[in-house]
Ligand binder design. Structure first.
Ligand SMILES: [Mn+2]
Length: 315
């Protein structure tokens, strides 16, 4: 237990009623110890990595993110208070990794996600590669519109013959019954994906080239904010870290230049929670960066804002 964590627990003794012991408190999001009562937010680590095509290490990502979260400031400007701000943020035991092939693993993730949804806490799944999205959508208790931050469209019918590759996450999630898809930050895609974007009315894409343009990008960005503000029905937010500029997340599997700023991601989160019925979220493609904790810290900051925005809606 670090001194920082210990003093944090003491400071938040009013909200965090007991620290069971070092073992249980170890590996908990924001360093918050387990407390009694139903969780408002449940952090659910899914260390899944099977089809990553380029970089590797997403299986270690959730743990790295949780470790980095101990350094995130608890004060949140939306809440005007320090997390958990009278709420309860729980950290679930991770998905156990069972299954000796891709499909049994995906089925296992579906069952795991269903159990997390059933707890009633707002789920924030930490991945793991983006292939976790289709089983999460399959487990969702309601049909959702997906809002996706990503460098890649993830709309291929298959990659290297595998339809459940992370490169097909959005396409498979649509197959699992998602109502519609809003994606932003997209800047790496193949011709097949562009054709799907242009031909499928349910898919709405804001390209990074447009929203990040030095000439007129802000205007295009406003159309994104307006569009997601008016989404009706339940929403699942999926943040592939590579949607952010590669400089913010250099360790993610496929870092791509020309991506969104941190504040674009925060504004997307805030807009969704203040206008829509967001029922769950995931932050994926987290990889533990070795030379600096930047990648996992960025992931932890995003998950923290999602948790804060959710707790804010409960007020
Ligand atoms: Mn992706």
């Amino acid at each position: 237990m670090s001194i920082t964590q210990q003093s944090r627990w003491v400071e938040h003794g009013e909200h965090v009623r007991k620290v069971v012991n070092d073992y249980i408190a170890e590996g908990r999001f924001l360093g918050l110890a387990k407390v009694d009562g139903p969780a408002d937010v449940t952090i659910a680590p899914i260390p899944y990595e099977l089809t990553t095509s380029y970089g590797q290490g997403t299986a270690d990502g959730p743990a790295a993110c949780i470790k980095a979260s101990a350094q995130v400031e608890l004060y949140d400007d939306l809440l005007g208070d320090e997390l958990p701000a009278n709420g309860i943020i729980d950290t679930a035991n991770p998905w156990n990794g069972e299954g000796d092939n891709l499909h049994s693993q995906l089925n296992g993730i579906t069952k795991y996600a269903a159990r997390i949804y059933a707890t009633g806490g707002f789920p924030i799944f930490l991945g793991g590669e983006h292939g976790i999205l289709p089983p999460i959508i399959r487990a969702s208790p309601q049909k959702v519109t997906i809002v996706q931050i990503d460098a890649h469209a993830d709309l291929r019918s298959s990659l290297d013959g595998e339809p459940y590759s992370h490169a097909c996450a959005a396409a498979r999630a649509m197959d699992e019954g998602a109502i519609a898809l809003y994606q932003v930050g997209i800047r790496a895609y193949c011709k097949e994906e562009l054709e799907r974007i242009e031909s499928d009315d349910r898919i709405n894409t804001w390209f990074a080239r447009e929203v990040m343009s030095p000439c007129g990008g802000e205007e295009k960005w406003r159309t994104w904010i307006a569009a997601i503000s008016s989404i009706q029905g339940p929403v699942h937010l999926t943040i592939d870290l590579d949607g952010l500029d590669g400089s913010l997340v250099p360790a993610t599997g496929t870092p791509v230049p020309g991506g969104l700023s941190f504040w674009h991601a925060i504004e997307t989160i805030d807009t969704l929670f203040s206008n829509c019925d967001v029922i769950s979220a995931d932050v994926n493609e987290i990889v533990a960066q070795q030379d600096s904790p930047l990648t996992q810290f960025t992931a932890a900051m995003l998950a923290t804002r999602i948790a804060a925005a959710r707790i804010h809606t409960l007020r």
